[in-house]
Design a protein around this ligand. Structure first.
Ligand code: 5RP
Length: 226
């Protein structure tokens, strides 16, 4: 799909999600380019008088929201978020997601767990029948990362240590990311349990149960998937 079409679909989904945000709400702010469209639109609405508090899922999102005049509060002051709006790398018909392409999966999953309503915004290219064309990000602590890498190789998951500018990528929590190949894995739920039980794996990019609503841009349409 052309990148202009993808951007258009991302914007459609992102803008539509902002119409769900009402005065007084505490809003989880996702990360990535689709979430960025949503945050920019939210900033516009705040400029017109919408009063909300945001809880950011990454340092990058926090900076953008601050620049746009969106008030931020820490998660512990927020309690339950009224709504959490975030992007995804893939979603399947059971609303299971792969996230973490932008490296923010840990804080994103924490926000999703603490939200009353989880809304995913996506372009139509994110919809898949079977998860796994996109490599699954795993957040791992630096001490254990080489060992986990070796174990994942043995499991046939072809892990790749994520790099940025030639250096090991570091998350907002100073951890590493291993991108693993789960294509063809039949039982995703069981794989997720196996991965999360490995000491040193902090979190996986599989979001299996949290999503309430997916807003997807498709051409010039916006679809609400529930
Ligand atoms: C970041 C994420 C993003 O939501 C995901 O990578 C989608 O990004 P984009 O909206 O740029 O396609 O999980 O950790």
């Amino acid at each position: 799909m052309k990148s202009t079409v993808i951007e258009h679909e991302k914007k459609l989904a992102a803008y539509e999600s902002v119409s769900l945000v009402k005065n007084g709400m505490i809003v989880g702010l996702g990360s990535g380019s689709t979430a960025e469209h949503m945050i920019r639109k939210l900033g516009e609405e705040v400029g017109k008088g919408l009063s909300i508090k945001g809880v950011p899922s990454s340092e990058k999102t926090a900076q953008l929201a601050k620049d746009l005049g969106i008030d931020l509060i820490p998660l512990e002051k927020a309690g339950k978020l009224d709504i959490n709006i975030d992007g995804a790398d893939e979603f399947d018909p059971q609303f299971r997601l792969i996230k973490g392409g932008g490296g923010a999966l840990l804080r994103e999953k924490i926000l999703a767990y603490n939200a009353k309503l989880n809304v995913i915004i996506a372009d139509s290219g994110k919809k898949v029948d079977i998860l796994g064309k996109f490599k699954l990000p795993l957040e791992t602590i630096p001490f254990a990362t080489p060992t986990i890498l070796a174990q994942l190789i043995e499991m046939g998951l072809r892990p790749v240590l994520r790099k940025h500018d030639g250096k090991t990528y570091s998350t907002d929590e100073n951890n590493c990311i291993l991108d693993v190949d789960i294509f063809g894995v039949k039982d995703i739920n069981s794989l997720n349990r196996t991965l999360i039980e490995m000491p040193g794996v902090v979190e996986t990019g599989l979001f299996l149960k949290s999503t309430d609503l997916i807003i997807m841009g498709q051409g010039d349409e916006t679809l609400f998937l529930r």
